[in-house]
Ligand binder design. Structure first.
Ligand SMILES: Cc1cc2nc3c(=O)[nH]c(=O)nc-3n(C[C@H](O)[C@H](O)[C@H](O)COP(=O)(O)OP(=O)(O)OC[C@H]3O[C@@H](n4cnc5c(N)ncnc54)[C@H](O)[C@@H]3O)c2cc1C
Length: 601
């Protein structure tokens, strides 16, 4: 069966047609009719091989709080017959993992489990509870296209509202029963002979899966700077993504290290409570007014009654955000207008020339994330707030010493120093074909095929993998695009009764070579000729490779990803019935000829 035959012929960006997931589910709808025919012909499935391991056993009771079924009673899977505990293992229950699960459910598939290391879903929006935490993309856009919410209270919803939205979506799709909480995957290993993935969890338990979809997030491992003497600090010290609400900041002298996206949200919130606030800044961000306001009751009423209105408004916001990519990716000089706006904003609020100069960025706007805030600059002018730009030389038990020799007493340190750059193998060992590891393969920086597949790792897909982040638009757009793509790959696996698909090494190489070239004209490679300083940011790996961002419009990504192309992959199929005692043939080499492309014109 030709998997492309069922593609959606009326493809529109999901932002304009929120029903796209449903349409693509029709693709998989075909696939499922086929699966239902001869069960034996499609190989072992979760339902007929391991009913007590991934499906809730009859005596498994849903957790009273989460509704999740206790799967910890699963026994370690040791079978050598190629059967699996679950067909699809989704790692992580953030926006990405949830979207994948909902996509599968809409396709009629229930043969998956989401493994989540924390004790609840939500990812970013569960972990970041600092005061003032909110999205910086309008909520109409920073929400699933297929689960539009008419009731956003503000232009930029705060963390509790976003988390509540995620929980509501999960409830609507009955995801709780598909999520295994407190299940931290520490290693995944490709079993070449059985053609399945072996997942090892913290504590040693092991399960098997035919396919792994990793949604472990790009910004979930907080980064704390290696400051000399930090461990000697006697007071509370914590990262903004692990906010310690029990620490009372009232009247205290607090040091905030960093002025990035999180810092500029919580600094205005705590400045009025603390005694003194020392803000340690390495590089000033470009800041634009946020213009956050409550959504009027009339707008909410209209969105609820006329969903088309909301979709149109969302589309306006999408294309508005998308237009910024022109300056980011093709014409950095266009960022001059934004820089002027930001500079005027700064000048209108900060009158002190010394403070003004400290807050004025020297690099081209867009090189680092452009921040939005209505009250950050005003907060920095407060009497009790000091902006310190000298390097921290040492942290002492009750103070911080800067390179200029000034020692400032400090009661509490808050690290607003961001996250470890994207690397799914950062806290998980990922071993693919021929004992390769992702850590070694990505020694010179992560790279993949459109951020979703990696050569040498069969049946392994990523959400928000390398080079699929955005600095100008909603990440959820990219996540939904990737989910649609992976659903097509999974449909192909099933309909052609393949054991594995794996992106071709040469295709991945060519893609990455051309991708890196696209950065040449971008703001992320600006050398100081557009503005004063060359661009340096965490988006770039130490090797010089750009590994985080998609260097173009998100619409271009959607165009490239809307239809998966079989010629990009190596499909492998083994005879189902092997004479007993005979070994499975070894994997085809990476250079095996590509199958003919099966794109439908
Ligand atoms: C403060 C903040 C504000 C942001 N605001 C915006 C915004 O306005 N717009 C925007 O587009 N993006 C924003 N982002 C980026 C944001 O991370 C993404 O938009 C989105 O939430 C990513 O979802 P995710 O599911 O890919 O990752 P996450 O939300 O990080 O979820 C990953 C999940 O995987 C779990 N996990 C990780 N490792 C394992 C493991 N080994 N085993 C099992 N489970 C594991 C984690 O516990 C987590 O629940 C923001 C990020 C932060 C930190």
């Amino acid at each position: 069966m030709d998997w492309h035959r069922h593609r959606n012929r009326r493809c529109f960006p999901p932002l304009i047609r929120p029903g796209k997931i449903v349409k693509l589910c029709k693709v998989s709808g075909h696939y499922f009719r086929i699966l239902e025919l001869p069960a034996a012909a499609v190989g072992p499935s979760i339902n007929d091989t391991m009913p007590t391991q991934t499906q809730p056993s009859s005596d498994a009771k849903p957790d009273v709080v989460t509704g999740a079924v206790d799967r910890h009673r699963q026994t370690e899977h040791t079978s050598g017959d190629g059967s699996v505990d679950t067909e699809i293992a989704i790692l992580g229950a953030g926006f990405a993992g949830m979207c994948m699960a909902i996509g599968l459910l809409k396709a009629g598939r229930t043969d998956f489990v989401i493994y989540e290391k924390a004790d609840s879903l939500g990812g970013t929006w569960r972990d970041n509870t600092y005061p003032g935490c909110a999205c910086d993309v309008p909520s109409q856009l920073y929400s699933y296209s297929f689960a539009q919410h008419a009731g956003w209270s503000r232009t930029f919803a705060t963390q509790p509202e976003i988390l509540a939205y995620m929980k509501q979506v999960a409830q609507q799709h009955k995801l709780d029963a598909k999520i295994e909480l407190n299940a931290q995957v520490t290693a995944i290993q490709w079993d070449q002979s059985q053609r399945l993935w072996r997942l090892t969890f913290h504590g040693g338990r092991c399960v098997t899966a035919r396919v792994v979809v990793s949604g472990v997030g790009g910004l979930h491992l907080p980064k704390t700077p290696a400051l000399p003497g930090l461990e000697s600090f006697a007071g509370p010290a914590f990262h903004s993504a692990r906010w310690r609400h029990e620490v009372d900041l009232t009247g205290k002298t607090v040091a905030v290290i960093g002025t990035g996206a999180s810092a500029i949200q919580f600094i205005p919130e705590i400045a009025g409570t603390v005694g003194t606030l020392h803000v340690f800044q390495r590089t000033p961000p470009w800041v634009l007014p946020r213009n956050d306001r409550p959504t009027s009751r009339l707008a909410r009423w209209a969105f609820a009654r006329v969903p088309l209105l909301q979709r149109l408004w969302r589309a306006v916001q999408y294309w508005n955000a998308e237009s910024i990519a022109l300056g980011f990716t093709l014409k950095p000089k266009l960022m001059g207008r934004g820089q002027k706006r930001s500079a005027t904003f700064l000048k209108s609020i900060v009158k002190d020339p010394v403070l003004h100069d400290k807050l004025m960025p020297m690099y081209t706007m867009g090189c680092k994330r452009v921040l939005i805030s209505d009250d950050f600059y005003a907060t920095m002018t407060r009497e009790n707030v000091n902006l310190i730009t000298d390097r921290i030389a040492e942290v002492r038990p009750h103070s911080i010493l800067t390179a200029d020799g000034i020692e400032r007493p400090v009661d509490v340190i808050i690290h607003a120093t961001g996250f470890q750059p994207f690397h799914p193998a950062a806290d998980m060992q990922i071993s693919g074909r021929d004992n390769r590891t992702l850590a070694a393969d990505w020694h010179d920086g992560p790279e993949a095929f459109y951020g979703v597949a990696v050569a040498g790792y069969p049946n392994y897909f990523m959400l928000m993998g390398p080079n699929s982040g955005l600095g100008h638009n909603s990440i959820l757009f990219m996540i939904e695009t990737q989910v649609q793509y992976i659903l097509q790959c999974l449909a192909w696996l099933a309909t052609d009764r393949l054991d594995t698909i794996e992106v071709r090494q040469d295709v991945q190489r060519a893609f990455n070579d051309s991708l890196q070239k696209k950065f040449d004209k971008s703001v992320w490679k600006s050398d100081g000729s557009v503005y004063r300083l060359p661009c340096t940011s965490w988006y770039v790996h130490a090797s010089g490779k750009h590994t985080a961002l998609w260097p173009s419009f998100s619409a271009t990504y959607w165009l490239a990803m809307r239809r998966a192309d079989s010629s990009h992959y190596l499909p492998r199929q083994l005879p189902k019935e092997l004479p007993s005692g005979k070994k499975l043939p070894s994997e085809a080499p990476l250079t095996s000829p590509a199958p003919p492309a099966r794109r439908v014109a």
